[in-house]
Design a protein around this ligand. Sequence first.
Ligand code: COA
Length: 176
Amino acid sequence: MLEVIAVLDRTASLGIATELGEVFAAAFAGEEHSDATHFATDQLPTHAGRDDFRLVAARDESVLGFAYGVTGWPGQWWSDRIAAAIPAELAAEWIGGHFEVVELAVIPEAQGRGLGAALMTALMDGLPHRKALLTTYVDDRAAPRLYRRLGWQVLVPDLGWGSALYGLDTGVLHGE
Ligand SMILES: CC(C)(COP(=O)(O)OP(=O)(O)OC[C@H]1O[C@@H](n2cnc3c(N)ncnc32)[C@H](O)[C@@H]1OP(=O)(O)O)[C@@H](O)C(=O)NCCC(=O)NCCS
């Protein structure tokens, strides 16, 4: 099976929104927010309109997984929610102009062979941002293990609602 990771702009991403929604729903099956239609018609279009939207997709005949992110700013729901939950100095250091990794998802059938790591590496490749942020599970699962393997650091192990805050100083990626 030949898998290719492609970087998609907002138009191309929205063009395959339905397929991405199906991947999203399969990856997050059983979780509260795992609705394919909501992802395709609401979440993705909202984020696709934000600064520096960038999506990477792994595909063979169909999409197997994807990751995307945007530049985050104070005044946005996610940034403000995180800022309110962490010490002010940490917020000042990390929030605002950071690259926010919003989603990473691989269909269950394609998991465990490196696609998640390849998607994250492709998503972060060449980003000009100095800092990147994401939230993930507090417990020991594939996703937090993957982020730590790729050099992300745990900034706050538990934000209070079952999520941990991870940060990446992208100087690490640039070899600085
Ligand atoms: C998190 C997620 C994207 C990881 O995708 P993935 O393609 O399975 O990721 P990888 O294959 O790179 O890594 C997963 C595991 O496979 C292992 N692996 C990778 N390539 C391998 C190979 N060739 N042979 C054996 N094992 C391999 C990795 O070491 C890793 O092991 P670990 O979980 O014990 O640390 C996927 O599990 C997923 O979609 N989960 C549900 C949604 C989710 O949690 N998203 C993130 C929200 S923050």
